[in-house]
Design a protein around this ligand. Structure first.
Ligand SMILES: [Zn+2]
Length: 179
């Protein structure tokens, strides 16, 4: 156990312990000291002895725990857990926070969502706004009716052609019906 005689120091507040708790721990022998500047001292040797006395078989004197969350949330979880572990004579030695990173899949998903959102906007635009259309008109050549009209009319009596507007045949005197 001699390899665990390393001394650790820390502020009680850093480890989620109130000053009262620290004083209690010093009295009970869990902590080795409490300095004027507010730091407490604990030796691993002491911890190891304590563990022996408790006769709880421990596989390792170290417990490594991960607390997931943003920095503040992880810290909060750590402090809560540290309180529980302090009762079992485990005290935090070091802590590191590794900033999480978005996975490659998250980026692809985000990109896809971007495309989907843009696609939906385009789709809505397509429904609301009609595109520019083309009006196709077919023209057919046709002579005017005037040109098709005969210049004169046929007299039913003498079969001579007289002017279209005539009321009376100029050859036989036949009287056309007035329109
Ligand atoms: Zn006539």
């Amino acid at each position: 156990m001699s390899q665990f005689t390393q001394t650790i120091r820390g502020y009680a507040s850093d480890h989620g312990m109130s000053d009262e708790q620290v004083i209690k721990c010093i009295k009970s022998g869990e902590l080795d000291g409490y300095e004027d500047d507010g730091t407490w001292i604990v030796r691993f040797e002491k911890v190891a002895e304590q563990t022996k006395i408790d006769s709880e078989p421990k596989e390792s004197p170290y417990i490594v725990k991960d607390y997931k969350g943003v920095r503040a949330k992880a810290q909060e979880l750590f402090l809560k857990d540290a309180k529980k572990l302090a009762k079992k004579n485990y005290f935090p030695v070091s802590e590191t926070y590794e900033q999480g990173t978005w996975g490659c899949g998250s980026f692809v998903l985000a990109l896809l969502l971007c495309l989907i959102v843009i696609g939906i906007i385009i789709f809505i635009y397509m429904i609301i706004v009609k595109p520019v259309g083309i009006l196709t008109v077919t023209y057919k050549y046709a002579e005017t009716e005037k040109l098709n009209k005969p210049e004169g009319k046929l007299c039913p009596d003498c079969a001579e052609t007289v002017k279209y507007a005539a009321n009376k045949c100029r050859y036989c005197g036949y009287q056309f019906k007035k329109k």
